[in-house]
Design a protein around this ligand. Structure first.
Ligand SMILES: Cc1cc2nc3c(=O)[nH]c(=O)nc-3n(C[C@H](O)[C@H](O)[C@H](O)COP(=O)(O)OP(=O)(O)OC[C@H]3O[C@@H](n4cnc5c(N)ncnc54)[C@H](O)[C@@H]3O)c2cc1C
Length: 419
């Protein structure tokens, strides 16, 4: 296999193209937007957080979901209108609950493995992405949340991640700008943050320097394979075209399910919508009053990142409402209120809202590996942790293509080859 198509120019597609180009393949990347990283990899929470590896397939998620179902400002919102896709996804989500522990441990391992690749690539390619290595502080307002975090810490430790319990006084020392009363926290020093859009753009430019043909503004409407040749048909402003390759890798975020179906595979990605706000820190007072350590508030399900001197990103919430990128004022309001409460010295006069769709598998594990056809591969379905995991899964996919193992590669238990 010499020539490969990669479909999707988000973080997973660009890291995959890079890993393949580095291995000597002739790669063509198709992206429907005019630039890389314009969809979910645009304005996410920014956390490179192994400490957030806990999968959501815990019974408590179901109870919270039911409680929150009818509250429009709740962290989790489900449109009760039934659809086959949503129902089949929820059924598979519930069926994955027994694998909660195993999948959390595997995710932590993968997140730790991703770091060395991502940092090395950024250094080698000179990519400035507002990277900040100041750790993640999980914050808890009550004993129940803190105790659950203690149990999660054991799973993270099994995956190789060290994080320490901290008292409210220690929390204050770690992040002095944080206001409010807390029961306690957990601090993960090895986590970091950065701007996913800047990184992906930088790596896409590096891909082009390595010879990757990046075809932007090209909407793939058909992909077919007979196992030896893959055909990709695109619609672009200047007309339609069909390209032939030795193989194809699907990294199309929430578009992966439809493309997989064309290739005879089932990749049950559901679009789980989230929101972010980017608070522009326009004055010196706001810049001093905003945190530099990344935060994760488990109760409100919000994460934060300080991007450079003058941007503070807050992201979170989960909405099950199909492919819908509308930015709802009633979902943005809780994010702004949270900043006002936790960081009262930060001016929220200028706030940029955004909504994105997490490409989420029901078991919360990305699909990395071969499809039904020998020359079809997937690296997709990274859900709430695509920024954290992509460098590792791109490397795994690169190895998978290089080895071309019959029957597909299962590099880590739980990371199942798409089939
Ligand atoms: C609010 C929010 C906060 C988040 N915070 C974090 C965080 O702090 N840390 C973390 O690790 N992760 C976080 N995530 C998750 C992370 O952002 C995603 O997992 C990741 O961006 C997904 O990348 P992707 O490449 O799979 O998808 P995308 O970035 O969506 O890329 C897929 C690309 O494929 C293209 N495409 C699709 N179909 C076609 C087609 N037919 N033809 C051509 N092109 C096509 C799309 O245009 C798109 O550009 C967050 C997500 C959200 C929504």
């Amino acid at each position: 296999m010499k020539t490969l198509a990669v479909i999707g120019g988000g973080i997973t597609g660009v890291t995959t193209a890079y890993a393949l180009a580095k291995r000597g393949y002739a790669v063509t990347l198709f992206e429907r937007h005019r630039y890389a990283a314009m969809d979910t990899s645009f304005a996410n929470g920014g956390q490179l957080s192994a400490s957030n590896a806990e999968t959501w397939t815990h019974p408590s998620t179901l109870l919270k979901g039911l409680k929150w179902m009818l509250k429009s400002d709740a962290p989790l919102l489900v449109n009760p209108k039934p659809s086959w896709h949503k129902m089949s996804w929820f059924a598979a989500f519930i069926a994955s609950i027994p694998k909660y522990r195993e999948n959390t441990i595997e995710t932590a391992r993968l997140a730790i493995a991703a770091r060395e690749h991502l940092f090395a690539w950024a250094a080698a390619e000179g990519i400035d992405f507002d990277h900040r290595r100041e750790g993640t502080l999980h914050i808890y307002r009550d004993k129940k949340g803190f105790d659950h975090a203690g149990e999660v810490s054991k799973l993270l430790a099994a995956g190789g991640l060290a994080r320490q319990a901290v008292t409210p006084a220690e929390m204050k020392a770690i992040e002095p700008t944080l206001a409010g009363t807390y029961y306690g926290g957990y601090y993960t020093e090895s986590d970091s943050t950065g701007d996913i859009h800047k990184f992906t753009q930088g790596l896409a430019a590096a891909c082009e320097r390595l010879g990757v043909r990046c075809l932007y503004g090209q909407d793939v409407w058909s992909v077919r394979s007979d196992g030896r040749e893959a055909r990709v048909a695109v619609a672009a402003a200047d007309g339609s075209e069909v390209y032939a390759f030795d193989g194809v890798v699907v990294c199309a975020g929430v578009g992966s399910r439809a493309l997989a179906a064309q290739l005879g595979d089932r990749v049950n990605v559901y679009p789980v919508k989230g929101y972010s706000i980017t608070v522009n820190l326009l004055d010196a007072t706001s810049q001093q009053a905003a945190p530099t350590v990344s935060l994760l508030d488990d109760e409100t399900k919000l994460v934060t990142s300080r991007l450079g001197v003058d941007r503070f990103r807050v992201a979170g919430t989960a909405e099950f409402n199909g492919v819908n990128r509308d930015i709802r004022a009633d979902r943005i309001r809780p994010l702004v209120d949270w900043v006002n409460q936790c960081f009262p010295g930060v001016s929220t006069r200028q706030v940029v809202p955004w909504a994105g769709l997490r490409p989420m598998m029901p078991d919360m594990m990305p699909r990395v590996g071969r499809g039904r056809r020998a020359n079809v591969f997937y690296n997709t379905g990274h859900g709430h942790l695509g920024w954290t995991l992509s460098a590792a899964t791109a490397e795994l996919l690169g190895e998978c293509v290089a080895r071309h193992a019959p029957g597909g590669l299962r590099p880590l238990s739980g990371i199942a080859a798409a089939a």
